[in-house]
Each structure stands twice: as C-alpha cells, then as structure tokens.
Design a protein around this ligand. Structure first.
Ligand SMILES: *Cc1c(COP(=O)(O)O)cnc(C)c1O
Length: 397
C-alpha cells in the first residue's frame, strides 16, 4: 500500500531530516543564548555557529570567513546582486544575468533598473543552456556583474558556470551563482567553479526553513543590504538564527555525505517517470534538457498540451499527489512561467506545465502510481477541452 499524500515537490521545499532536528533542539532551550553575548550562553551559541560555518565552508571549499549566514536563498540572491551593483557602480552599471534566474534575482534586477542600472540578459537555448558565445559578445568594459544559477529550479538545466565565470573574469566582472538547487546533488566547490559569490539555502536540502548562506570570496567588495549589529563580521546585521544555522550545517553535512547515493537514487525515479510519461501519455513535451546527465537528478517538467497546468495540479492533489505548476513562486498567478517563455515554449504549452521533483524518501511504487493517475487525469481533462476535441477530429479525418 502506498502512503498518501505523496510529495513530489522537493524543489519547493524538503522535510527537515531527523538528524538536523535533533542537533537544533538544545539551541531553542537550554542553550538558547545570543551568539553575541559575552557569557557562557553566548559562548556556547557562538561555538555552535563557528562549527556550522566550518562544516559548510569545508563542503564548498572556501575559508570559514568567506561564508555569511543569511535568512535564505532569496536574501543571498538579493545581497549578491544589489550589494555588488551598489559597491561597484563607480566602475560600471552594466549587469548581466540569465533570463531563467529565480524571482529573487529577476525582481532585484528590475529594481536596480529603476535605480539607473542597465540589465542585460544572457541568451538560453530551448533546453535552457546559456549561449556562451552570446555572453562573450555582450560583456563590456563597464560590466561589473555576471550572474547565472548553477541549476534551474523549474526545468532542471545544469548551467556551464565554470565557463561563464571565465568569461566574466576576462571582462573584469564578478561572477555569481545561485546554487540553491544544486546543493546536495552536485559538487559545488567554489574554487573549481571559479565563482566570486554563491547562494545556498537550507530548506532545499532537508534543513530548516529561513536560513541560508552567501559565499563571498575574500577581497570582493559588496555593500551590506541588512545593516544593524556587528554580526557576520559587520556585513549582515541581525541576531544569528543559531538553531537554524546548526540545522543547516547538519543537513548540509548529511547531504554532502549522501550526495552520490541520493543523486543516483532520485535520478532512477526521474528516469522511469520520464520514460513512462513520454511513452504512455500522448501530446506531452518534456521541458528542459533531454540528456538526464545535464539536468537535475530529481527534476521532471512536462507540458501537457490542451490542458491548464492548474487543472492537472488540482486533479493530482485530489488523488493525493503534491506537485507544482510552473515555479512555486509564481503559482497562483496566471502568468506563464518566465523560464518556459525564455526557452521558447509556446504560451499555450507553458500554461500546461507541471514540475515533478523527487526526493530521497520517494519510491518507485509512488512513481508508478503517479503515472497511472496522470494518464487518467489528462484523459478526463482533455475530453472536456474543446481545443483537444477540435484537434482530434482533424486527426481522425
Ligand atoms: C528556492 C530557491 C531560492 C530561494 O530560496 P529561499 O531560501 O526559499 O528564499 C532561490 N533560488 C533558487 C534556485 C531556488 O530554488
């Protein structure tokens, strides 16, 4: 028997792992000191934060003093882009990002545009890969920032960040990557990637919500966006979320340790799911890379022709399967996803898209059950769709 509901929305968030919860617990109660206090409680809290910083720095291969704790991926993205733009505006005001960045980047870029910065977008192909030749052709003397995510949250494309960093540096610009989705499944060594800044978030890797980090290479100038106390070496004010940071580091430690095993396992679920949907459901389009090695191991994103993504989402929800339509951050809005539009997916198909993102607790049985439910739901919804009727009548003549 399958236990329902089934969770296929790990790109939106993941459940906290038991190990992290256990490590966090005392920092809510008997060791609840403020990490900046100068007594035993403060020292205990600071020691825990230092430990967490060492752990994560070790995993991403940076110095502990190059890692800054934040409230999550959104804040880290905001800080990297806005902070660098403001610090470097004397040098230039040209900023380049990919068109498939998370809303935290896109919205920040729009705000900077209003302040007088010039934002230019990289080009991506129909699978979401950045066009490196195009990037080479748009970097300029006044380009100060080049930002591209390591892996896309919606269609799973893994970007050539190493090459992007080389192009950025040759132009004298900083290179930033959002590694929120890549953490836990890909190797995210900042030295190897060659980036100057990198965002991470805890709740996408089985850690607690509301905590993340920004790697800032020593020597990189970036302005603070949250000013206040002396925390985080005076660069990010606010009382440190000690239990959050402790849980984040423990989750990251486990994610790094289990990385290859988990990536292999979730990609086996994904591959079977993709194979079956393509074979058994007519009129579907897999969005993102066809080559499984170049897409996030846990990601499958499909457009179902003639149907709205939301109606599939509701049908699946009724059958006890939790998925996401478009990107979680834009769900509830009727705008088609900016990611699919950038890939050139026609608007009609973009409206019918659903993201399935698997996790380490999912099973093959759940995958097979989902395929059966999808087949029935899609069939039923299409039979109610006038567009589909018109098309199938044409086919039948
Ligand atoms: C989830 C996500 C974010 C935002 O992280 P939060 O910690 O939820 O603020 C940023 N970038 C990507 C790619 C994400 O998937």
């Amino acid at each position: 028997m399958i236990k329902k509901p089934i969770y296929f929305d790990h790109a939106a968030t993941t459940p906290l792992c038991a190990e992290a919860l256990e490590k966090m617990a005392p920092y809510f109660t008997e060791m609840a000191g403020n990490a900046n206090s100068q007594h035993i409680f403060g020292r205990q809290a600071m020691a825990a934060v230092d430990n967490a910083r060492d752990t994560i720095a070790g995993i991403i291969n940076c110095k502990p003093n190059e890692l800054y704790f934040t409230s999550g991926g959104t804040e880290s993205d905001n800080w990297a882009l806005r902070g660098a733009a403001h610090a470097l505006k004397y040098k230039g005001k040209h900023l380049i990002i990919s068109p498939i960045e998370h809303a935290a980047m896109i919205a920040t870029a729009k705000a900077l545009e209003k302040e007088g910065f010039e934002i230019e977008f990289m080009k991506v192909d129909e699978e979401g890969f950045v066009d490196l030749d195009h990037l080479k052709s748009i970097v300029r003397k006044d380009t100060v920032f080049v930002g591209c995510m390591l892996a896309n949250n919606e269609v799973g494309t893994v970007e050539p960040v190493k090459e992007i960093a080389k192009i950025a540096h040759e132009a004298g610009a900083l290179c930033f990557t959002d590694a929120v989705q890549a953490a836990g499944v890909l190797d995210i060594d900042v030295k190897d990637l060659g980036v100057d800044m990198m965002s991470m978030s805890s709740h996408k890797i089985y850690g607690p919500k509301g905590v993340g980090a920004l790697y800032i290479k020593n020597g990189v100038s970036i302005e603070s966006i949250i000013t206040g106390g002396h925390q985080e070496r005076m660069r990010r004010g606010g009382t440190t979320n000690v239990p959050g940071v402790v849980g984040f580091a423990e989750a990251f430690r486990i994610a790094a340790e289990e990385r290859e095993k988990n990536a292999k396992y979730v990609s086996s679920l994904r591959d079977r799911f993709i194979d079956r949907v393509i074979k058994e459901v007519p009129y579907v389009k897999l969005n993102g890379p066809a080559d499984g090695a170049k897409r996030l191991p846990a990601n499958a994103d499909f457009s179902f022709k003639f149907i709205e993504g939301e109606s599939i989402l509701f049908s699946l929800d009724l059958a006890g399967i939790a998925v996401s339509s478009g990107s979680a951050c834009s769900s509830g809005s009727l705008e088609p996803s900016h990611v699919l539009l950038a890939l050139g997916v026609p608007e009609g198909l973009a409206h019918g898209s659903i993201r399935f993102s698997f996790g380490k607790h999912n099973t093959m049985e759940e995958v097979d059950y989902a395929v059966e439910v999808i087949k029935q739901a899609v069939d039923r919804l299409r039979n109610m769709s006038p567009l589909f009727k018109a098309e199938s009548e044409v086919k039948n003549v």
